[in-house]
Design a protein around this ligand. Sequence first.
Ligand code: SF4
Length: 306
Amino acid sequence: MSESSAYYSVNRYLREQFGKKVYKLALDGGFTCPTRDGSKGTRGCIFCAGGSGDFAVPVGESADQAIEIAKLVVAGKSAEKYIAYFQSFTGTYAPVHRLRSLYTGILRHPDIVALSIGTRPDCLGEEVVELLKELNSFKPVWIELGLQTIHPETAEYIRRGYPLSDFDDAVSHLLAAGIPVIVHMIIGLPGETSEMIRQTAEYIGKSGAQGIKFQLLHVLEGTDLAEDYAEGKFQALTMEEYIAVLEDCIRSIPPEMVVHRLTGDGAKQRLLSPLWSADKKRVLNEINRAFQRDHVVQGEFCSKTL
Ligand code: SF4
C-alpha cells in the first residue's frame, strides 16, 4: 500500500527539502548518557537496551571512512545524498571540543546534506547550543529529543531523569538558535491511558517543534522493563490498540508537523513483546489502511489556543 496522505510524512518532507531521495546513515559517536554514567543513574532508562543505535557505525579516527562503511549498510537503496544520523545514546553528552571535531568532520563530507543528533534536553547547555548554531549555518542540523511522555509519574517510572521544564527550556533555546527540533514519544508506556498518550502528542504539537517520532513501547530482553513485564505488572498493546491511539495522536498534532516515524525500529533479536511489531511492513500497511478507513486527517483535533 502506498504511503497515506493522512499525515505529513518525513519522505515528503525530505523530497521537499532536498529535491531527491536521501537516506540516513546511522553513525555512533561513542557517547554515553547521564542516566548510565552515574551522573543521574547507572541503569539507563527502564526500556533502553543500549541507546537504540544497533546498526550504527562507530566513527573512529576517520569520519570519511565511517561514512563509506555506513553507506554499505544502505547499499541497494541508491542515493547520492545522505543525512548523518547519531541516534546512539546522548549525542551532545561530551566536551564541546570533542563534539566540534566529530560533527565538523562529518559535515565536511560532500555527500552529507544534513546532520541529525539524538540527545536529551538536559544535555544542551549554552555552549552546545552555540556550537549547533554554528554547525547549522554550514549545513542543516536537527536535534532529536527523547521526551517519551509529559506525565511526571511515568517519567519517574521510566527513569528519564529530567523534568518537563528541561524539555520546554531546551526547545525554546534550540528554536531561538534556529535549530529544528524533532521530539520522540513512546506509545504504550505502563500506566498510561489513551488520553494521557494523546495529551503528550498534543503537547509536543504545541511546543514549537517541527517534527515528531512515534515509537511503540518495545519490551526488550535484558532491560529492567522486561522484568516488570515478566512479573505481569503491565501488558503490551495490541496492534489494534496501538493504531487507535496513534490515530488520536496524529489528529492532535498540527498539519505542518513532520511525522518522522509511525511505529518502532526495535532490535528484533531482543524483542520480547509485542511480537506483532516485528513485521514492520505489515504494521505500516495496517496503519495506512486504518487511516484511510477512519478518514484520519493530521491536525483535525488541533485548537489554536494553548
Ligand atoms: S533511552 Fe536514551 S537517554 Fe535513556 S538510557 Fe537509553 S540512550 Fe540513554
